[in-house]
Design a protein around this ligand. Structure first.
Ligand SMILES: Cc1cc2nc3c(=O)[nH]c(=O)nc-3n(C[C@H](O)[C@H](O)[C@H](O)COP(=O)(O)O)c2cc1C
Length: 311
């Protein structure tokens, strides 16, 4: 998978850099592509809160500084690693500037996993950084936690720490390495595909396809009635990310917008449309009938198994 590491330490041979190198080494040994951005050596300004990105800018940041190098890598990333020295009980200011600039594109797209590497002088100084990581990246962006690694005082650059980081990097697996097929969504001339996740609801939906559902655009989603299926209440998420597809409680919905206002809802996400596919869904008329099916190779495999069983 593609991993982006944002290193927020200004010291090229410092403690955070050592953690980053070990994690990178492990991840690369497992075949992952790792891109490290030393944000302190880049010209990355803080967010201007001008809202250009969420209005005329269509999710592009108005500031054309070195963050423009980071966005394309993040667009293709499956995992984001934040690495920072602890400064006054939080992340370094330079890293915080880069994080705030994530506001423009919003992410995820392919982004599914996250990890946090922290170096400090003292122990037990991580609450500030942890709060940001847990609430903004795991909670708000719905990323899966691949671990928090800390090193205080003498632990920094210790062989034990660096071995642990190498092992953790080497143990990472690609979130797309599972046998779930993609959901094909058709409406008139439009056809988009969204990889199904591994939830019980997604598996149940697979077994119910093909399906035809009709619904209206609420401005945030196309909401279509769909007979209740099987799902695990504990797999529901708080809020959604634009492009999520959800099934539960008698509804099939394509959540094409409204991510910022979604925290008050619990949704059963079964698939996710990438940015381009979601834009095409947004352009549909207010009332739509969707034909839902599984992508072809999967269907033909299933058909041939059924044929074999019949003969
Ligand atoms: C501006 C600044 C603020 C710091 N604040 C803290 C702090 O609040 N708690 C702490 O334990 N260490 C603090 N430190 C120490 C660093 O977190 C620690 O030395 C770390 O290992 C540096 O990582 P680096 O080698 O990657 O720069 C601070 C250092 C600096 C320069």
């Amino acid at each position: 998978m593609n991993i982006v590491i944002l290193n927020g330490s200004p010291r090229p041979s410092g403690n955070t850099a050592a953690m980053v190198s070990a994690y990178r080494e492990g991840a690369e040994s497992a075949g992952h592509n790792v891109t490290v951005f030393d944000v302190c050596r880049m010209r990355i300004a803080g967010c201007l809160a001008c809202e250009h990105c969420h209005t005329k800018g269509r999710r592009a940041c108005v500031q054309k500084d070195d963050m423009q190098q980071v966005y394309p890598a993040l667009d293709e990333a499956d995992m984001l690693v934040l690495a920072s020295p602890v400064y006054y009980h939080g992340l370094s200011g330079q890293l915080k500037c880069a994080i705030d600039r994530i506001y423009a594109p919003g992410y995820p797209r392919r982004l599914r996993k996250a990890a946090l590497l922290l170096s400090s002088g003292s122990k037990a100084v991580y609450d500030g950084a942890l709060y940001t990581y847990r609430h903004s990246f795991l909670g708000w962006l719905h990323l899966e936690d691949m671990g928090v690694f800390t090193a205080a005082g003498d632990e920094n650059k210790s062989p034990e720490l660096l071995d642990r980081l190498r092992e953790a990097g080497a143990a990472l697996t690609d979130p797309n390495d599972h046998n779930m097929p993609r959901l094909v969504i058709r409406a008139d001339d439009l056809e988009v595909r969204a990889p199904l996740n591994q939830t019980q609801a997604a598996r149940d939906l697979m077994n119910r396809l093909p399906l035809t559902v009709s619904g209206f655009d609420s401005g945030m989603d196309y909401c279509c009635e769909l007979k209740e299926g099987v799902f695990d209440e504990t797999e529901k998420q708080q809020g959604w990310v634009d492009g999520d597809v959800s099934v539960a409680d008698g509804w099939f919905a394509i959540l094409h917008g409204g991510q910022e206002q979604s925290q008050g809802y619990r949704v059963m996400v079964v698939a996710h449309l990438d940015e381009e596919a979601n834009e095409r869904i947004r352009a549909l008329p207010p009332q739509v009938t969707f034909e839902l099916s599984l992508e072809e190779p999967y269907v033909s495999n299933k058909a041939s198994i059924q044929d074999e069983a019949r003969s």
